[in-house]
Design a protein around this ligand. Structure first.
Ligand SMILES: Nc1ncnc2c1ncn2[C@@H]1O[C@H](COP(=O)(O)OP(=O)(O)OP(=O)(O)O)[C@@H](O)[C@H]1O
Ligand SMILES: [Mg+2]
Length: 506
C-alpha cells in the first residue's frame, strides 16, 4: 500500500483564527478518503493548502506527494503535480460554453489563435468520461447544478488529476445526481485515482469512503478504516460529545390557522403558459412545523418564494394571514406581514459576503435598532453578538467579514438575520444544507423554541429524515401540484417518495 499524499503538521493561521493546528493526514493511493468535521473544523482550509491556493510559505508543515516533499507556490504547480480541487462553491464561468470552461487558461492555440474545433472535440471526450451527454458548445449556466458539477469533474480530469478533491460536492444535488456522482467516483477508483471527499452527509461518506479522517477545531482527531467505525462514532468524534437523538421533535399544540393558501397557482416567468405551482391549497397553524416534500424541480422553492413576494412569475389564488387577505409583492411587504424566508441559496438571496456579521444579521431589521433613521451601533453589535452566541456561529467577533466564515457558519448568519425580524411565519428552504450534524441539532432546537413561542414554521427540505424527524405535518408536491399530506405519525419515507414521484392521490 503506497501513500499517495501525506500532509504533516500543517498549521494555518488567519488574523485571529488558527484554522489548522498541526494537522496530519495520510491518504493511500487509489482510495476514497473522506474528511469529516463540524462547520469551521478546517476541512476546506486544509484542501486549499494542498491545492496551492494558499501558497507555500503561508502555512507551516509539509506536503509530500508519493513520498517527495513539495512546495506549491500557486494552483498551477499543484495541478501539474496531479492535484485537482472542486471547491465548495462551484467556480465555473456560467456565461462561457462548457468547452471554454474545460479549457480555460490552456486553450490549444497556434500563433495565438485558439483552435475551437479541437477544444470542442477534446471536450466531448472528457464529458463522455464523466457520463455527461451535452454539447460542449452549450453555455455552462444552462445546465442544472448536478451537470455543472460533472463539468467541474471533467475539467479536473482533463488536467490529468491523480488526486481529486471534492469539497461538499453533493450539497445541491438531487438524489439521482448523487448516485451518478458516486458512480463516477467508483469508476475513477478502479483506475487508481485517489479521491478526497468532504461531505456532511454521512450516509454518502459511509457508502463511498475507504477511510475517514475526522477534524475538530483545526486538529486531527484520527483516521479510521470505514468498516471499523460507525456513523454515530464519527458524529461524536466530530462534535466531541455523544449525540443521542438526531431529531428532537416536540409535540405541538397547534393553535388557530395563521396562513391559509387557497388555489394558489404560479406561472413560470420565462415560459408562457407553464405553471410552476399548480392550484395548491394548504393551511399552517400557530405553533407547528409544516414540512414540504418533493423532488428537486417540483416547485417547492418557487412556491415559498412566491408567497414571500420574491418570485417574478404571475400568480392567482388567495393568501390569508391570520384571517386577513394579503397581497405580498415584495420582500418588504412580506416582512411587514410577519414572514421570513431563509433561502436555500445564501449567496444569491441571503447574504452580502463582503459585509461583517453584525450588518448581515441586522440588515432586515434596521428599523428595530434605529431611532430617527440613525442606526444605533451599540445595539447592532449587541444583536450580532446575541446571534453569534445563540446560533454558535464560529467567528472571532461581530466584525468578522461574513465571506471568511466557513460555509455552514454563513448559513447560520442567514438564519440569524431572519430570526431577528421576529417573524410570525418562518419559512426555511433547505435550512441545514451544508450544515454539520451538531449545528443541525442546534437549529432544530431553535425551531422547537420558536414554535413554543407560537411561531409557525414552514420547512422545505430534500432530506427526508430531517423532514420526517421534525415536521408535524408534511405536504408532498410534484410538478407543482399538491399530491398528498401526511401527519407526522403516519408519514414514512416510502409514502413520501411514492407521492413525490406522482404515485399517490391521497
Ligand atoms: N480567508 C479566511 N480568513 C479568515 N478566516 C478564515 C478564512 N478561511 C477560513 N477561515 C476560518 O478558518 C476556520 C476553518 O474554516 P474552513 O472553511 O476550513 O471550515 P470547514 O471545515 O470547511 O467548514 P464547513 O463545513 O462549514 O465548510 C473557520 O473558523 C473559518 O472562519
Ligand atoms: Mg468547507
Amino acid at each position: 500500500m503506497t501513500i499517495a499524499l501525506e500532509m504533516r503538521n500543517i498549521t494555518k493561521e488567519f488574523p485571529g483564527v488558527k484554522a489548522l493546528n498541526n494537522v496530519t493526514i495520510q491518504v493511500k493511493q487509489g482510495e476514497v478518503h473522506a474528511l469529516c468535521g463540524e462547520n469551521g473544523a478546517g476541512k476546506s482550509t486544509l484542501m486549499k493548502v494542498l491545492s496551492g491556493l494558499y501558497p507555500s510559505g503561508t502555512y507551516e508543515g509539509q506536503i509530500l506527494i508519493n513520498g517527495v516533499e513539495r512546495h506549491f507556490h500557486k494552483i498551477k504547480e499543484a495541478e501539474e503535480a496531479g492535484i485537482a480541487i472542486i471547491y465548495q462553491e462551484l467556480a465555473l464561468a456560467k456565461d462561457l460554453s462548457i468547452g471554454e470552461n474545460l479549457f480555460l487558461g490552456k486553450e490549444p492555440a497556434k500563433f495565438g489563435i485558439i483552435n475551437w474545433e479541437q477544444v470542442y472535440k477534446e471536450s466531448e471526450k472528457w464529458l463522455h468520461e464523466v457520463g455527461l451527454n451535452a454539447s460542449p458548445e452549450l453555455p455552462t449556466g444552462s445546465l442544472g447544478i448536478g451537470k455543472q458539477q460533472q463539468v467541474e469533474i471533467a475539467k479536473a480530469l482533463s488536467k490529468n488529476a491523480n488526486i481529486l478533491i471534492l469539497d461538499e460536492p453533493t450539497a445541491a444535488l438531487t438524489e439521482q445526481e448523487v448516485e451518478i456522482l458516486l458512480g463516477i467516483l467508483q469508476e475513477f477508483k478502479k483506475r487508481g485515482v485517489t479521491c478526497i471527499y468532504i461531505s456532511h452527509k454521512l450516509n454518502e461518506v459511509f457508502a463511498i469512503a475507504d477511510s475517514i479522517t475526522v477534524l475538530r477545531d483545526g486538529m486531527t482527531v484520527g483516521t479510521f478504516a470505514t468498516p471499523d467505525i460507525t456513523e454515530d462514532q464519527v458524529i461524536s468524534l466530530m462534535v466531541g460529545r455523544e449525540l443521542k437523538e438526531r431529531f428532537p421533535r416536540v409535540e405541538s399544540n397547534p393553535g388557530e390557522v395563521v396562513l391559509k393558501v387557497t388555489n394558489y397557482t404560479v406561472m413560470n416567468p420565462d415560459i408562457p403558459g407553464k405553471k410552476v405551482v399548480d392550484d395548491i391549497s394548504f393551511e399552517v397553524r400557530k405553533g407547528e412545523i409544516f414540512g414540504i416534500a418533493g423532488l428537486m424541480g417540483a416547485g417547492r422553492t418557487e412556491l415559498v418564494m412566491s408567497l414571500f413576494g420574491s418570485y417574478s412569475g404571475a400568480r392567482t389564488g388567495s393568501v390569508e394571514i391570520e384571517g386577513k387577505p394579503v397581497k405580498i409583492n415584495n420582500t418588504r411587504q412580506a416582512i411587514r406581514e410577519g414572514l421570513a424566508l431563509v433561502s436555500e441559496d445564501r449567496k444569491k438571496y441571503g447574504l452580502v459576503l463582503g459585509m461583517d456579521i453584525k450588518s448581515n444579521v441586522t440588515m432586515a431589521s434596521l428599523k428595530s435598532i434605529s431611532a430617527g433613521g440613525v442606526i444605533n451601533h451599540n445595539q447592532e453589535i449587541a444583536s450580532g453578538n446575541e446571534y453569534i452566541q445563540s446560533l454558535k456561529i464560529k467567528a472571532n467577533s461581530v466584525e468578522t467579514i461574513t465571506g471568511t466564515l466557513s460555509g455552514g457558519n454563513q448559513q447560520k448568519v442567514v438564519l440569524g438575520k431572519w430570526l431577528m425580524t421576529a417573524p410570525k411565519i418562518l419559512i426555511l428552504d433547505e435550512p441545514t444544507r451544508g450544515i454539520d450534524v451538531g449545528a443541525k441539532f442546534e437549529i432544530y432546537g431553535i425551531m422547537n423554541e420558536l414554535i413554543r413561542q407560537g411561531v409557525s414554521i414552514i420547512m422545505v427540505s430534500s432530506e427526508l429524515p430531517e423532514l420526517l424527524g421534525m415536521s408535524h405535518r408534511i405536504m408532498v408536491i410534484a410538478e407543482g401540484k399538491r399530491m398528498a399530506e401526511f401527519k407526522a405519525e403516519e408519514a414514512t419515507q416510502e409514502l413520501i417518495m411514492t407521492a413525490a414521484t406522482g404515485g399517490s392521490d391521497k
